[in-house]
Design a protein around this ligand. Sequence first.
Ligand SMILES: Cc1ncc(COP(=O)(O)O)c(C=O)c1O
Length: 354
Amino acid sequence: MQENIKKLRQLTGAKPRANLGFYPTPFYKLERLSGQLGVELYIKRDDFSGMSLFGGNKVRKLEYLMGDALAQGSETVVTYGATQSNHAMQTATACRRLGLHPVLFLNAYVTPDENDIRANMLLDRILGAEMHVIQNEPGETDQQTEQRCFQTGKEHVQRLRDAGHKCYDVPMGGSSHVGAAGFADGYGELMEQCVQANVRPQYIFCATGSGGTQAGLVAGHHLVGDAAQIVGVAVSRKKPDEYEAYCADLANRALEWLGSDERVSAADFTVDRGYYLPGYEQPSEAASDAIRLLARTEGLMMDPVYTGKAFAGLLDWIKQGKIKPGSTVVFWHTGGATALFSEQEIVGSVSREG
Ligand SMILES: Cc1ncc(COP(=O)(O)O)c(C=O)c1O
């Protein structure tokens, strides 16, 4: 296995990479919660990735995305997301670090209050990102607004390119094959830590949204060939089978880009759709309970949109016996705790006493 980890990191190490985060991120056992839950529970702290105080999973992707942008001589970076997107904020941060101009097309699932701008949107403002907020129009579904947001952004990119600007277009969540490659590398990093600590994960849980994180992890896992099962807990509606196929394609394009002949299939993706309701950026009781449990047992902060729901999924797998007592489980903390300071509609009832 160690030889495979080395080969994986040689592949990722050969690609252009902007040095943005602090790696390896911490990896350790949650002793108190392990005792309480009856499993060996470890955590991978990508919320500690940097670049600023407000880190998260996007930094791994951005190291490769920005490396690619710089290699192509880009001066402007355009990306997409919700108004409270962690990815958009981290992209704006990366751009500022590298002297690039950040342009954000932000879809208002939750309408921001101009007199009380919060959380990631506040950080985007402080960073001076060029922000285009796309509001829902009467009669439009969230999906239609999202499509209009992409369309408007793409037209903007074309206009910039037509005017002779070198513009790098980053898809939502940074989930291109280049971004996903960052998580294949991240898998190698985790496995190096596991070897050193003599830990053999049977399950690795993460939140899955735009797919790049899980695609990269599955690609890395395939190259390393260890026995862990990677479980993505969906944070938004995903069409049956389609999402797994989309993630497999993303992973395979990442593998090809890295120069590997290995390929994965949709069957390599375990995606649990049981914990995102009532919907994206809409809080659930189970996520609020999970956030309070982690805070009160381990002093750890999760968020209501991604990690809270993913951790609620993990707790339920343990409760249902899908994870047997004594199993070794890693929770990949993907960041996002800025959402605790966002609009009440997103935060929900997490501050309730109980
Ligand atoms: C905190 C957090 N966790 C998890 C994810 C999901 O990652 P991915 O979009 O790569 O599936 C995101 C994506 O925005 C995120 O911000």
